[in-house]
Ligand binder design. Structure first.
Ligand code: B12
Ligand code: SF4
Ligand code: SF4
Length: 248
């Protein structure tokens, strides 16, 4: 098991611009359907490296399109600034690992592995009432990506947290289409949010993010502390039983 590799990778990824990093051995993914397991990206996969970027400013979330041309619709480049940062760090990690002799790939996105679940399994946080990954450091205001590698890297400990204070329902109240009511995420309702794909200019849109914006957990911008979570860790592989203690 590569403990020093874990330290090196963490150091590199943080230096290259992400804010959190965790390692989940592929055995933690057996609960998922085959098409959402790491082996779909890389047959010899041994570890999933999950990266999180703190969305320190909505600027990172701007969704860019090719400028419209007369008579034709816009073409989505499907790119936000956070994508550019995350993709770049992922490819640099792949190159770093390949140079050490470990086959590695950027994990598929859609279809691909479920990143919130992967992040939980890599010890980055837990699911909140907003159905998002809530991290102690930044609350739900993170974006996720993953790299799958043949390297066996010392696994991160799972975080044992209940991210939501008993009485908090800020995200439920803030959702413009009531997609979080009744303790379940209603995907169809979420998709009807008038705040999705708000055009800010002919070439730029912003997606709804209310359920993350209002969350009191973690910092928003550097220096702005909010609710601190008490984190304990567990070396177990995590089970649905554990998730059942959590809302979301
Ligand atoms: C498709 C998609 C959408 C769709 C549908 C979402 C859905 N959940 O069905 C739409 C367009 C509606 C959407 C909306 C949003 N999305 Co989206 N989306 C995705 C995408 C591409 C796949 C998600 C998916 O299908 N997951 C599988 C389903 C089954 O998961 P789920 O029902 O949401 O939740 C499961 C887990 O929480 C799990 N679970 C609960 N507790 C536990 C505990 C343990 C131990 C485990 C293992 C699992 C577990 O059980 C749930 C049911 O199976 C991911 C990227 C990716 N590749 O993962 C981004 C992603 C989930 N989206 C993200 C974001 C930010 C958003 C939005 C805020 C919009 C925005 N501004 O970008 C909203 C938030 C909506 C909400 N409150 O959940 C982020 C989440 C970051 C975070 N902090 O969690 C992701 C990870 C993208 C990214 N690059 O970071 N999204
Ligand atoms: S993204 Fe917007 S519409 Fe969807 S659940 Fe969050 S607040 Fe509601
Ligand atoms: S707003 Fe409150 S209830 Fe919603 S995820 Fe954050 S802490 Fe949990």
């Amino acid at each position: 098991m590569q403990a020093t590799l874990a330290v090196e990778l963490r150091q590199k990824a943080l230096e290259w611009g992400v804010d959190l990093l965790g390692f989940a051995p592929v055995e933690r993914f057996t609960r998922f359907p085959l098409e959402h397991r790491p082996a779909t990206t890389l047959a010899e996969a041994r570890t999933v490296i999950v990266l999180a970027l703190h969305m320190v400013d909505p600027l990172l979330d701007l969704w860019l399109h090719a400028p419209p041309t007369t008579g034709a619709g816009r073409t989505s480049t499907g790119r936000a600034f956070e994508d550019e940062i995350m993709r770049s760090v992922c490819y640099r990690l792949v190159l770093f690992l390949e140079r050490r002799g470990f086959r590695s790939e950027v994990a598929g996105y859609e279809p691909g592995i479920y990143l919130k679940d992967a992040a939980i399994l890599a010890g980055l946080g837990a699911i909140g009432r907003n159905n998002l990954l809530v991290t102690p450091q930044f609350g739900p205001r993170v974006r996720l990506r993953a790299v799958v590698t043949a390297a066996e890297i010392a696994p991160s400990r799972l975080m044992n947290i209940k991210p939501c204070p008993e009485t908090c329902d800020r995200c439920i109240q803030a959702c413009p289409v009531k997609a979080l009511e009744g303790g379940r995420f209603n995907r169809e309702r979420c998709l009807t949010s008038p705040l999705h794909r708000r055009p800010l200019s002919p070439a730029v849109e912003l997606w709804c993010n209310e359920c993350a914006n209002v969350c009191p957990v973690g910092i928003r911008a550097p220096g702005e502390d909010t609710l601190q979570l008490k984190v304990t860790t567990s070396a177990s592989t995590g089970t649905r039983g554990q998730s059942e203690q959590l809302p979301g």
